[in-house]
Design a protein around this ligand. Structure first.
Ligand code: SF4
Ligand code: SF4
Length: 332
């Protein structure tokens, strides 16, 4: 029988040991339904998730809720919105209790005296021209000033089909402000003309992402296997989609048979009572879903599928390490 020990050399076994003890239990929280931008293709607004619930404003209620989440076993709170930095008291309530990741558009700086080591993921949708088209503003011009050289921040670069052949200058400017970058793909939830992916474009972007990882290994947090999975939607002969997705809210998950999934995962609305279907858009057709975290998690919960060969298991380890770095469980 193939085991981890028989498949891995000593150094890979050590890497395996480091991640296998992490036991990550994440959930996602809409901190607010407000935002200081309105991006074309934002999954939150395009699926009306901002109208799903009335925002809870009492900080005591948030604190009580977070404590109950800890009792549920959550050890990673992923804060999204809307824009979480509009409600720093709520962000702080999480940060003081549980390992916390904050997604932001970077327009408001998270004060580091209050949140010294909170991991911050800054959204970026391309070069200045693409950002103006899709988000109405060149956010990098502001966010890069707010976070230059910050060791606990990175760019979450959502690549669109219009970025093919144009990624490198974006990666370089991120490197030049002393930050890291992780890449994912736009799902085009609002059907913006010209922003759908064709199979050829997905193949091209995969090559380009691989190239960026090779050229800028100190800046790009990624893995070739992740690029393969996210651009093909295939893993070991299986196809990503509703039947396989690991990031469905647990109490709403009535799928039969149940796939391998994130344990106890819930995505909460900002009333602290309503649950959303999954980690991303409530209304997205799963067949078009390019959500990066869902694809990463899909790999991570399916370790057994990767036990046939040393190469498969090393691919699995690299994706797990990437996730652990992005959420500050292990250093860059
Ligand atoms: S910054 Fe984020 S939450 Fe706000 S509109 Fe854009 S994608 Fe949506
Ligand atoms: S939209 Fe994506 S993340 Fe949500 S259930 Fe479908 S496949 Fe999963």
């Amino acid at each position: 029988m193939k085991t981890v020990s028989t498949l891995l050399s000593d150094d890979w076994h050590e890497r395996y040991r480091r991640i296998s003890s992490l036991n990550i239990r994440s959930s996602i929280y809409d901190v607010t339904h407000r935002c200081n931008l309105r991006c074309k293709g934002c999954f939150f607004f395009s699926s009306n998730e901002h109208k799903a619930a009335h925002e809870e404003t009492g900080i005591g209620k948030w604190e009580y809720f977070i404590d109950s989440e800890l009792k549920r076993g959550v050890n990673l709170a992923i804060l999204i919105g809307g824009e979480p930095t509009l409600c720093l008291d709520r962000v702080e309530a999480f940060y003081r209790r549980v390992p916390t990741f904050c997604a932001t558009n970077g327009l408001i700086k998270v004060p580091r005296d209050r949140f010294p080591d909170m991991m911050v993921g800054i959204s970026l949708w391309g070069d200045a021209e693409a950002e103006k088209t899709l988000r109405g503003k060149d956010t990098f011009a502001i966010s890069s000033k707010n976070y230059e050289g910050d060791p606990h921040a990175y760019y979450l670069y959502t690549i669109t089909p219009k970025q093919i052949g144009k990624i490198e200058p974006v990666i370089k400017k991120i490197r030049d402000v002393g930050l890291k970058v992780h890449m994912q793909l736009l799902s085009n939830d609002e059907n913006v003309d010209g922003f759908f992916w064709s199979p050829e474009e997905l193949n091209d972007i995969r090559m380009e992402m691989d190239d960026m990882l090779d050229k800028y290994p100190d800046t790009v947090i990624s893995s070739r296997y992740y690029h393969q999975i996210i651009t093909t939607g295939k893993m070991m002969g299986r196809s990503f989609g509703w039947a396989e997705c690991p990031s469905v809210t647990d109490p709403l998950d009535s799928r039969e048979p149940r796939p391998k999934r994130l344990i106890n995962f819930i995505r909460w609305a900002s009333d602290l009572k309503t649950m959303h279907r999954c980690c991303t858009s409530e209304t997205r057709d799963c067949a078009t879903c390019k959500d990066g975290a869902a694809h990463m998690s899909w790999v991570m919960v399916n370790k057994r599928l990767h036990m046939d060969s040393a190469r498969d298991l090393r691919n699995w380890i690299e994706v797990y390490e990437m996730f652990a770095k992005l959420y500050r469980f292990i250093p860059w």
